[in-house]
Design a protein around this ligand. Structure first.
Ligand code: ADP
Ligand code: MG
Ligand code: MG
Ligand code: MG
Ligand code: MG
Ligand code: MG
Length: 654
């Protein structure tokens, strides 16, 4: 989550009068940022990760695991009494959407290539939270999606349904799972209100012998006059039906942010990473089950995308589910409502351009723009933005602010970025182009410069894996920036969108083909398996990015496998990080999603009906817990990571 302003958040009906005000002033703030920081240069490659965790309560007697909503005081403690302690361990903890969630980042970003330090820092972060829960039956799991989210007894609320869940109005998720900070329930209810209906996610159900034809957990209720009638209309045959923001924003991911030397390099990095996003989503797949059902997909992305989809039926180009109740809300007061092809949480929309490899023809998808913003950014008295970058922001500004705080309506555009961040931080895309603040003048290196965030990856069970994917992307980023005059990563945006769909498919790593560059000098693309995309000599990620940068820096003479024989322990560990990424992409090791799905399918009490029961979930999450602590007493680590990697990490604990 971005922005956590203090104060009184306004409901949708109170706040929408300020929508244009926020957008107008947000654009001014953006222009002052460019004026201040546009000519910044020589910023170094600082970077950092964000890990998200779930606090899970294990009930040994009932053989049930619950998301705990009673332990969020840990965040307060970590940010007050223990703040200095956390800083001393270079750890920082943040609130997330779920009351059961904790986000953890390094307090200070990493400087360049740091290999095993990433894992050491991740390990410390995990340990700092865990020490609060020793002997209490609560485990901190880095689980992408909680398999029984929304099922009976999935949280430790005693009487979840003796009162109404006003914010989400979900049939499944009580409001107590939402973070207590007023921003989060308001965000939930404002998205629903603007949309005019509850959000609706239908995910294909895994088909087994006795899988029912429909999600049989859908029911009607009479608490909320229209929302309670939506389920049977919104659900689809053979799909898992979900109706609330928490199903998506309650998922966990691994994000990485990289600082670039200049704004121009940030644009180039963003564009070059665009097609890595769907590839890495598929490569890190870790979400095989939702709402107690095995899904016929492996990742969380489209669930979050639907979970915050605030578009009105008109904007989505569909009829309302219940026309007699839906008076259009947002749409009814819009001057000129437009059709919007996708959710504000989705794949990137536009390349940012600004370099010699870029050609506007690559932006070949239907991307609506806020024309007024497009105009203002290019013609004003503060800073003249070029068309291609103006187009990116003009797209972000087709969205309305989702939460406005009463106290923050009026701001000084020369110093504040709140209105800009309001729109920016609720455009959740696979990449985020992060401008600095107005303080970031060229000579002020005490504040961050231009950054790019890589956001698609699913969180992994162990610090080792999360460090592996972080280091892998770091090396790619370093290669892109180092060889910027040689690497041409452009391809049609429509192919990146298509890759994003493909990345959702079950076992995409093993069975699908993705669009990928035929080489990185020209612009032709072809369709390739994941194994080819990672390993091909002429266009694979390992040869073209990883080996090239490692050779350039003098760490290897032929390829990354040379690291194994290094005298330097942190480089040997880097070898095992890269081996994990490589083996999974080659199908030698299972993705987290495949491992978890196979566990469910082969569990004693599984009845070929795609259901993840309480006891299956309990046993599964015990395995997950053992793996995350590198407890190999049941051979779980070996089964999951393979003999060679398991043996190395068990013998070289961090
Ligand atoms: P958000 O939730 O908005 O993406 P966070 O503050 O949670 O932002 O995480 C940002 C990440 O960026 C952290 O890992 C942090 O260490 C890292 N970071 C901080 N400063 C810089 C910088 N100057 N350059 C690159 N990364 C940075
Ligand atoms: Mg987060
Ligand atoms: Mg964050
Ligand atoms: Mg954030
Ligand atoms: Mg999240
Ligand atoms: Mg982030």
């Amino acid at each position: 989550m971005g922005l956590l302003s203090l104060g009184t958040p306004l409901t949708w009906f109170e706040s929408r009068q300020y929508n244009e005000h926020v957008k107008k002033n947000g654009v001014q703030q953006l222009l002052y940022i460019f004026k201040a920081a546009g000519s910044r240069k020589d910023d170094i490659l600082l970077w950092g990760d964000e890990l998200e965790f779930m606090l899970c309560q294990f009930d040994e007697k009932k053989k049930n695991v619950m998301l705990t909503v009673k332990d969020d005081d840990v965040l307060k403690i970590l940010n007050t009494e223990e703040l200095e302690f956390c800083k001393a361990h270079n750890a920082s903890f943040h609130a997330e959407y779920g009351r059961y969630m904790v986000e953890a980042t390094p307090a200070e970003p990493y400087r360049g290539q740091v290999n095993d330090y990433v894992e050491k820092n991740m390990r410390e972060r995990r340990a700092i939270v865990e020490k609060h829960f020793k002997e209490r039956g609560i485990e901190l799991l880095s689980l992408a999606a909680f398999p029984r989210m929304g099922c009976e007894e999935f949280t430790n609320i005693e009487h979840p349904w003796d009162h109404h869940n006003e914010a989400s109005r979900s049939l499944y998720l009580p409001d107590e799972i939402i973070n207590r900070h007023a921003r989060f329930p308001t965000l939930t209810s404002n998205i629903r209100t603007r949309r005019g209906e509850k959000v609706c996610m239908n995910v294909p159900m895994y088909q087994d012998e006795k899988t029912p034809k429909n999600d049989d957990t859908v029911y009607t209720r009479d608490w909320f006059s229209s929302e309670d009638k939506e389920g049977p209309l919104a659900m689809k045959r053979g799909q898992i039906y979900m109706d609330s923001m928490g199903f998506g924003m309650g998922c966990c991911c691994l994000q990485l942010t990289f600082q670039t030397p200049t704004v121009g390099k940030a644009r180039y990095l963003y564009d070059t990473l665009a097609n890595f996003a769907p590839i890495m989503l598929a490569a890190t797949a870790a979400s095989p089950a939702f709402k107690g059902w095995l899904a016929d997909q492996d990742v969380r992305w489209n669930v979050i995308s639907g979970a915050v989809d605030d578009r009105t039926p008109f904007e989505r180009g569909v009829e309302p589910l219940l026309p007699e109740y839906n008076n259009g809300h947002g749409a009814s007061i819009m001057k000129n409502p437009i059709r919007i092809p996708k959710s504000r949480y989705s794949v990137v929309d536009l390349f940012l351009g600004g370099n010699a490899f870029f050609d506007r023809k690559f932006n070949d998808t239907d991307v609506p723009l806020n024309e007024e913003v497009l105009q203002t950014l290019q013609e004003n008295s503060i800073f003249t933005m070029d068309y291609d970058l103006a187009r990116h922001f003009a797209h972000l500004y087709i969205r309305d602010p989702l939460v406005i705080f009463q106290e923050c309506v009026n701001q000084d555009n020369k110093t504040s970025t709140d209105h800009f961040e309001n729109i920016q931080s609720t455009n959740w895309q696979t990449l985020r182009f992060k401008p600095p603040t107005q303080q970031a003048t060229p000579d002020n290196k005490t504040v961050p410069g231009w950054r790019v965030e890589f956001r698609p990856m699913e969180i992994q069970l162990t610090d080792f894996e999360n460090a592996a994917y972080s280091n892998f992307i770091y090396l790619i980023v370093e290669a892109i920036l180092e060889f910027n005059s040689e690497i041409n990563g452009y391809m049609p945006m429509s192919q990146i969108w298509a890759n994003m769909d493909t990345a959702h498919h079950r076992d995409a790593v093993l069975t699908e083909k993705f669009y990928w560059k035929q080489d990185f000098e020209n612009t032709l693309t072809g369709e390739y398996t994941m194994d080819e995309i990672f390993h091909n000599e002429g266009n694979g990620i390992f040869p073209i990015f990883i080996d090239r940068i490692l050779k350039h820096k003098g760490y290897v003479s032929t390829n990354w496998r040379d690291l194994r024989a290094s005298e330097n322990g942190s480089l040997v560990r880097l070898y095992y990080y890269l081996k994990l990424v490589s083996d999974r992409a080659a199908g030698i090791l299972p993705t987290t999603a495949k491992f978890m799905r196979d566990y469910v399918l082969s569990h004693n009490s599984y009845s070929q009906d795609s259901r993840v029961s309480k006891d299956i979930n309990f046993d599964l999450l015990r395995v997950v817990e053992r793996i995350s602590h590198l407890d190999n007493s049941n051979k779980d680590v070996t089964n999951f990571l393979g003999q060679e990697i398991a043996q190395y990490i068990l013998e070289h604990r961090i």
